[in-house]
Each structure stands twice: as structure tokens, then as C-alpha cells.
Design a binder for this molecule. Structure first.
Ligand SMILES: [Zn+2]
Length: 298
């Protein structure tokens, strides 16, 4: 009986533990959210379009369903910006989960993409329906498992027009900069032929690099570091997405994203190309990272 029990225990430890950590993120829900955001109905979520508005209504409904609190009086943060074509409007979506500490971890993903151009719909499944579905999964986890720090989830608008939503937020910080531990930004986390996800930012912020080294050991996906120094040339991603304005203001960041693929910024970046198991693994890895930071960094 004892022998049997130890075999049973070995079996349980060997086979169930990895899947338990996978279950931090509900794969069905993750894919369902991505499929909706990347659907033709949302028309590629171009800034100022009806599909873009539908996307942000969906995100706000989801925040409400998870009992996230608005930062001010509502989830929406409207802003204006100027392009060569004139003045434009955008809307960020912001929801919070309060922790015991006033310190904040800001978890972000842009929800806009390129919209419809000519007769082509740029669905932006990986860029960046994946990141938005990812932050919703992380919000879902922390709506049940309360964090130590206050978590602020932001779906940014107008990233594709020059990181406009992030620029507006950072320029008009609604709290002290010193209260922010870091920005964790997700942009393209749903597919990679080599099953690798990059976590950039560690070269700028060594205290985050040691967190990533630890996560690398247990991550259910190959976690790569780098792509964040001038010597990386065009692969220096320091200012490539919404974490850029945070970094420029001296706020630490970790950016999670895959290397560019052939469908990057093409109308072929569609939901059927997403790799569900990889996607679930990357979001799990990001959640493990946020949790490690929430537990250890003050
Ligand atoms: Zn993007």
C-alpha cells in the first residue's frame, strides 16, 4: 500500500503540477476573448472606428464583470492627439484592483490596430488582440487572488499611431510617479514558430532582470531576455510599444512580445494563426512574473 501510495504521489506530482500552473490562465476564455477582438465584426479596431468603440465597450464590460474599479469616475479615459491629418480622439480603458499597498503595477496592452484599408481588414489577432485577452486573463486571476500591490490594467488606444494612449496616460499621471513599481506591457504574445517569448527591459532595470532569471527556470515557455540595448539595432525594442513612454519618464518596464512574424502588420494576422497552447503558456509566464514582482518588490 505504501509503495502504491508513493507511486501515486510521484504520478500526481509529475503529471498534475505543471498543468495546475497552466490553469492559472483559462485557455478557453483566453481564446474566446481573442477571437472576438480579432473578428471581422470589430473591423481591425482602427482608432476612431465603430469596431474600435465595440472593442473598448467589450473591455469595459469585462472590467465591470470582474469588479475592477475605475481609476476616476469611469473606465474610459478620452484624449486628443495630433497627426499630420489633423486632430484625433482616442480612448484608453482603465480598471484597478486595489491591494494593501499604494504601490502600483501597471499592466498594459493596446487594443487598437490598423482597421480597414481599401478592401482589406487588418484583424490584428496577434497585434494585439492577444495582449488584451492576456491582460483580461491576468485581471481575472487577481479578481479572485488579491494582490499585495494595487494593479492597474490599461487597454491603450492609438498605439499604432505613435503610442498616443500611453503618451497621454504618462503625461497626465493621476498619482505620483514614485508609487509606480513598473509597467508590464503585452504586445504580440499569441504565436511564435520557435515557442519563444521575449521579456525586454532587464538591461535597463537590473532588479527586474533577476526576477526574470528566476521565472525563466519555471516558465512553461522559453523565456528570452534582451532586445533592449542600442547594440541590438532594429531589435532594440526599448521604445517600440506602449512601455516606451513609461521608460522615457524613468518608470521601469518589462515588455513581453514575440519576434516579428511574416503576418506582422498584414491582413493575414488572423485568429486561426494563434497557437492556443503557446498563448496560454506565455500569459501564464507573464502572470508568474507579475506575481513574483508583487510578492518581492517593494
Ligand atoms: Zn502592437
Amino acid at each position: 500500500m505504501k509503495y502504491f501510495r508513493s507511486i501515486l504521489l510521484a504520478f500526481l506530482v509529475g503529471s498534475f503540477l505543471p498543468s495546475l500552473s497552466q490553469e492559472l490562465v483559462d485557455k478557453e476564455e483566453l481564446i474566446k476573448d481573442l477571437n472576438y477582438l480579432a473578428s471581422d465584426e470589430l473591423g481591425g479596431r482602427g482608432n476612431g472606428s465603430e469596431g474600435n468603440e465595440k472593442a473598448r465597450e467589450f473591455i469595459a464590460d469585462r472590467f465591470e464583470g470582474l469588479a475592477l474599479t475605475p481609476l476616476q469616475d469611469q473606465y474610459f479615459q478620452p484624449f486628443s492627439f495630433t497627426t499630420r491629418a489633423g486632430s484625433k480622439q482616442g480612448v484608453n480603458v482603465i480598471g484597478c484592483i486595489k491591494g494593501a499597498s499604494e504601490k502600483k503595477i501597471i499592466i498594459t496592452a493596446h487594443y487598437d490596430h490598423l482597421g480597414i484599408r481599401g478592401d482589406k481588414t487588418f484583424n490584428g489577432a496577434d497585434d494585439n488582440a492577444s495582449g488584451v485577452a492576456g491582460i483580461l486573463a491576468i485581471a481575472r486571476y487577481y479578481s479572485i487572488n488579491k494582490p499585495n500591490n494595487t494593479l492597474i490594467f490599461i487597454a491603450f488606444d492609438a498605439e499604432e499611431m505613435g503610442l498616443q494612449g500611453a503618451r497621454h496616460f504618462v503625461k497626465n499621471l493621476p498619482f505620483k510617479k514614485t508609487e509606480i513599481l513598473l509597467n508590464v506591457n503585452l504586445d504580440m504574445v499569441g504565436r511564435d514558430d520557435n515557442n519563444r517569448i521575449f521579456a525586454s527591459g532587464g538591461s535597463h532595470y537590473p532588479h527586474l532582470r533577476s526576477v526574470l532569471e528566476k521565472i525563466k527556470e519555471k516558465a512553461p515557455v522559453t523565456l528570452m531576455m534582451g532586445n533592449d540595448q542600442p547594440s541590438d539595432g532594429h531589435n532594440d525594442w526599448t521604445l517600440s510599444s506602449d512601455h516606451g513612454p513609461f521608460h522615457q519618464k524613468g518608470i521601469p518596464f518589462i515588455y513581453f512580445g514575440v519576434e516579428d512574424h511574416p503576418d506582422y502588420h498584414k491582413d493575414t494576422d488572423t485568429a486561426d494563426k494563434i497557437k492556443p497552447a503557446f498563448f496560454q503558456s506565455t500569459v501564464t509566464t507573464i502572470l508568474q512574473t507579475v506575481d513574483e514582482i508583487d510578492q518581492t518588490i517593494r
